[in-house]
Design a protein around this ligand. Structure first.
Ligand code: SAH
Length: 362
C-alpha cells in the first residue's frame, strides 16, 4: 500500500525536528488542516470507518433529550438555556434529542440556544442539514473549540468526543518513566522512547512495582477540556453528560487504536485515513469535576444508563407502531446498545454526568 500524504509530511517533520510525542502524532493524524482524518471526511456509518450509538438507533438521542429536559427542569425551567454539543458527528443525536424534547417538553425546546463544537467542515455541513428542521428553523452556532462558547447556564453533551482527543503515553523503563515517541526506523514510522525520563513530578503515581514496558496514558487535552467545562458549570450552572468508550477506573495499558473500514489497523500505517482513538479514563474526568466542586450524578455503563432512563419501554412503544421488519430492527438496536456482555457496547461504553452545586439531582 502506498503511503498517505500525511505520512509523508509526518516523516519530513521527524527528519527535520526529530521524533514527536504520541499526542502530537494524534493531533496531526486527526486534525491536520489539509490531511487530518476528521477534516477530510464523514467517517460514520456503514460506508465509513465506524458506527456510533446515535447512528444505530433514534432511541439513543431521544433518551439523551429526556435527560437534558430533566436537567432543564432541575435548573428551574429557565426561559433561555445553552444546549452545547461537542463533536456532534452528523447531528443525528441532536436531531433525535430535539425531536423528543419538542414532543415532551416544548417549553424547553423554545428556550434552547444550540451551540455545536466541531472542527470538521464536512461534518458541520452534515449537521446543518440534519438539524435544518429542528428548533423551528433557529440555526445552531458553530465553534472551533470550547473557548468561544457563550456564557450562561448550559446543558452539555459529548458522545464519542473525548476519545478523539490526543493523549501522551509514558513507558516504564529501568525504574523511570519515558515519553513514548513516534520516530523513524528504516524510513518507516515506528514507536520509540525519549532518551531522558520525564521529571519525577510528571511521573504517574505508580512507580513502585511497575514492570518495564508498562504504558500509562495521560489525557492532557481531555483533562483541559474537562477542567474548562467544569469551571463553566461551576460559574454559570448546568450539567454535562459524557459518553465514551473507556474505563471507570484508572488503569495501565496502551489503548491507542486505529480503525478503517470497520476493522482495526496499525495506528502508524495510514495516518489521516484511519480513525485514531484511545479509551477514556472516566475516573480522571470525574476527579477533575469533583475537584471543582461539581456533583457526580452518574458514573456507570451505557447499558445501565439507558435501562435506567427507560430505553426498554421506549423500544416497546416504538415497536407498537412499527412493521414486523421495523420491530425486529428496533429489537436488534436495543440489544446492541444495551448488551452488557464483556466486549459488547453496553459495557464498553461508560457514562458520566456532572452538575453544578445547588442544581444536582435532589
Ligand atoms: N458524537 C457523534 C460523532 C462522534 S465522532 C456521534 O456519536 O455520532 C467524533 C466527533 O468529534 C466528530 O464530529 C469529529 O469531527 C469531532 N471532533 C474530533 N476532534 C475534535 C476536536 N478536537 N474539536 C472539535 N471536534 C472534534
Amino acid at each position: 500500500m502506498s503511503e498517505t500524504p500525511l505520512a509523508r509530511e509526518i516523516k519530513d517533520l521527524i527528519r527535520q525536528e526529530g521524533p514527536i510525542d504520541v499526542a502530537r502524532y494524534m493531533t496531526l493524524a486527526l486534525g491536520h488542516p489539509r490531511h487530518g482524518y476528521y477534516i477530510t471526511r464523514d467517517p460514520l456509518g456503514a460506508a465509513g470507518d465506524f458506527t456510533t450509538a446515535p447512528e444505530i438507533s433514534q432511541m439513543f438521542g431521544e433518551i439523551i433529550g429526556l435527560w437534558a429536559a430533566h436537567r432543564w427542569m432541575i435548573l428551574g425551567s429557565p426561559a433561555r438555556i445553552n444546549l452545547l454539543e461537542l463533536g456532534p458527528g452528523r447531528g443525528t443525536l441532536m436531531a433525535d434529542a430535539l425531536r423528543a424534547i419538542g414532543k415532551v417538553v416544548p417549553a424547553f425546546a423554545e428556550a434552547i440556544a444550540l451551540h455545536l463544537v466541531e472542527t470538521s467542515p464536512v461534518l458541520r455541513e452534515a449537521q446543518a442539514k440534519t438539524l435544518e428542521n429542528s428548533l423551528g428553523g433557529r440555526r445552531p452556532t458553530w465553534h472551533d473549540d470550547i473557548a468561544s462558547l457563550p456564557e450562561g447556564p448550559s446543558i452539555i453533551i459529548a458522545n464519542e468526543f473525548f476519545d478523539a482527543l490526543p493523549v501522551h503515553q509514558l513507558v516504564h523503563q529501568g525504574g523511570r518513566w519515558h515519553e513514548r515517541l513516534v520516530g523513524l526506523v528504516d524510513d518507516e514510522l515506528a514507536f520509540g522512547l525519549a532518551p531522558e525520563p520525564v521529571p519525577a513530578n510528571q511521573a504517574p503515581p505508580l512507580s513502585d512495582g511497575a514492570l518495564d514496558g508498562t504504558i500509562v496514558e495521560y489525557p492532557e487535552a481531555g483533562s483541559q477540556v474537562m477542567a474548562a467545562l467544569s469551571a463553566r458549570l461551576g460559574r454559570f450552572g448546568g450539567a454535562a453528560l459524557i459518553i465514551d468508550y473507556g474505563h471507570l477506573e484508572f488503569g495501565v495499558g496502551d489503548t491507542l487504536q486505529a480503525m478503517a473500514g470497520h476493522a482495526f489497523v496499525d495506528p502508524l500505517t495510514r495516518p489521516g485515513e484511519a480513525d485514531l482513538t484511545t479509551h477514556v479514563c472516566f475516573e480522571t474526568l470525574a476527579r477533575i469535576a469533583a475537584d471543582r466542586h461539581l456533583a457526580i450524578d452518574i458514573l456507570t455503563t451505557q447499558a445501565y444508563f439507558l435501562n435506567e432512563l427507560g430505553i426498554r419501554p421506549m423500544a416497546a412503544n416504538l415497536s407498537r407502531h412499527a412493521t414486523p421488519e421495523q420491530a425486529e430492527a428496533i429489537a436488534k438496536a436495543l440489544e446492541r446498545l444495551t448488551d452488557d456482555a464483556p466486549r459488547a457496547m453496553g459495557s464498553l461504553f461508560k457514562v458520566l454526568a456532572v452538575s453544578a452545586p445547588g442544581t444536582e439531582r435532589s
